[in-house]
Design a protein around this ligand. Structure first.
Ligand code: ADP
Ligand code: MG
Length: 398
């Protein structure tokens, strides 16, 4: 029997908030991490996407965080992308009670973020670039941060953020708890651990490569001319879909083609302003957009449940990109479909990817898909927010 949240030492108020959100039992990584993290140990964690890492680090933060003074947050969560920062903040807010959680990232104005910091933010979720800007402007100081989480450390490394992460860690309290999560624990991540963690406990859950077998993988040969039609059929049969394109231009064009044929689609890529990207993602989560047409960069860290289907419209660069894109579906125990569109001249590359990942599906002509009921929509954390906000005086017991 896995332990309950209460048995892991999670305070009653948080257990109740979790229940209200439909979360009754800890996932494996949570059962492994929460008790150690609550005790203040440094943790180095590895677990596949969709395994519940956010609450694994988030619950102990909410349970232990001190109360912030203006511009001096007490806990810091570093995220490689803006979308992920937003998602972490709203997931934690849905159980944080009186504890304040705010996200800061680039691509949007400073004024609002400065105002929030001035009011006092207990748990700050931040992307490294904007955080350093805000530090330079003296809008925030990290000297009282004694709990740090580095989420998706490997992606942070891929995106070139490690020098910033190091500078940021250098400004936090020297007596601090440092928790790190990463899909891989080698290379640069190992260096971070060595330099910034103190006797970390390592918790690893699942295989070192994500469990892509949870999804149903199909490889279809298509002509350039049939690609859009095949894609639309798959979206119509499957439900909420993320379609991956190689370029910004290509994703804009495909979104237009979808829309012309009556499928509600929107492109999401680095060429769009941040508020537009946030809006698009929200429309997808709410179901107003059926197909999200994304470039690889924009898709990093998009964690949306109930993505029924992932389509590789343009082939992924390599097997890692295939894994990463495909990991957007079949999350948190749900099923999902992954379709690769393979054009003339792309067969050898597709085979190579299959071989690297141990996938043995034949490359066939497009098959008719069973019409599946779209999986249940993600519950909206906003609905659960702030229901039991109490006056901040409760902080005296923290
Ligand atoms: P990861 O960061 O490991 O990719 P997330 O933390 O984003 O995964 O969690 C994936 C989804 O699973 C989220 O929607 C989250 O709300 C849900 N979830 C997390 N823990 C539990 C749990 N114990 N029971 C049910 N759902 C959970
Ligand atoms: Mg995560």
């Amino acid at each position: 029997m896995p332990p309950t949240f209460a048995q892991l030492g999670v305070p009653e108020s948080i257990c109740r908030a979790l229940k209200r959100n439909g979360i009754h039992k800890p996932f494996e990584i949570q059962a492994a991490v929460i008790a150690d993290a609550m005790e203040g140990r440094d943790i180095c964690g590895r677990a596949p996407t969709g395994s519940g890492k956010t609450l694994a680090f988030g619950i102990p933060l909410i349970a232990n965080v001190g109360q912030a003074r203006p511009r001096r947050p007490r806990a810091l969560i570093l995220s490689p992308t803006r979308e992920l920062a937003d998602q972490i903040a709203s997931e934690l807010r849905s159980i944080s009670g009186p504890i304040t959680v705010e996200a800061v990232y680039g691509g949007v104005g400073y004024a609002n973020q400065r105002k929030k910091l001035q009011r006092g933010v207990d748990i700050l979720v931040a992307c490294p670039g904007r955080l350093e800007d805000l530090i330079d402007q003296r809008a925030v100081s990290l000297h009282e941060v004694d709990q740090v989480v580095i989420d998706e450390a490997d992606r942070m490394a891929d995106m070139g953020f490690l020098p910033a992460v190091r500078r940021i860690l250098g400004q936090t309290a020297s007596q601090r708890q440092t928790v790190m999560f990463s899909a891989t624990l080698d290379r640069d991540v190992a260096k971070l651990t060595r330099d910034y963690q103190h006797r970390p406990i390592t918790h690893e859950v699942g295989d070192a490569t994500p469990d892509i077998k949870a999804a149903d993988h199909r490889f279809w040969t298509v002509d350039k001319t049939e690609r859009v039609g095949v894609c639309i059929d798959a979206v119509t049969a499957s439900g909420p879909t993320i379609v991956f394109c190689r370029t910004r231009h290509g994703s804009d064009r495909l979104a237009r083609q979808f829309t012309q044929r009556g499928v509600k689609a929107a492109a999401i890529h680095g060429g769009h302003a941040q508020n537009r990207r946030t809006r698009t993602l929200k429309e997808f989560i709410d179901g107003r957009v059926e197909a999200l047409i994304a470039t690889d960069v924009a898709a990093r860290g998009i964690h949306v449940d109930s993505v029924a289907c992932v389509i590789h419209f343009d082939p992924p660069e390599d097997h890692k990109a295939y894994l990463h894109r495909s990991g957007r579906t079949a999350r948190a125990g749900q099923t999902g479909l992954v379709v690769s569109l393979v054009q003339n001249g792309q067969h050898a590359d597709a085979k190579k990817i299959q071989q690297k990942l141990g996938l043995h599906e034949p490359i066939t002509s497009p098959r008719r898909l069973e019409h599946s009921a779209a999986p249940a929509r993600r519950r909206n954390p906003a609905q659960h927010r702030q229901k039991w906000r109490k006056p901040r005086s409760r902080a005296s017991s923290r």
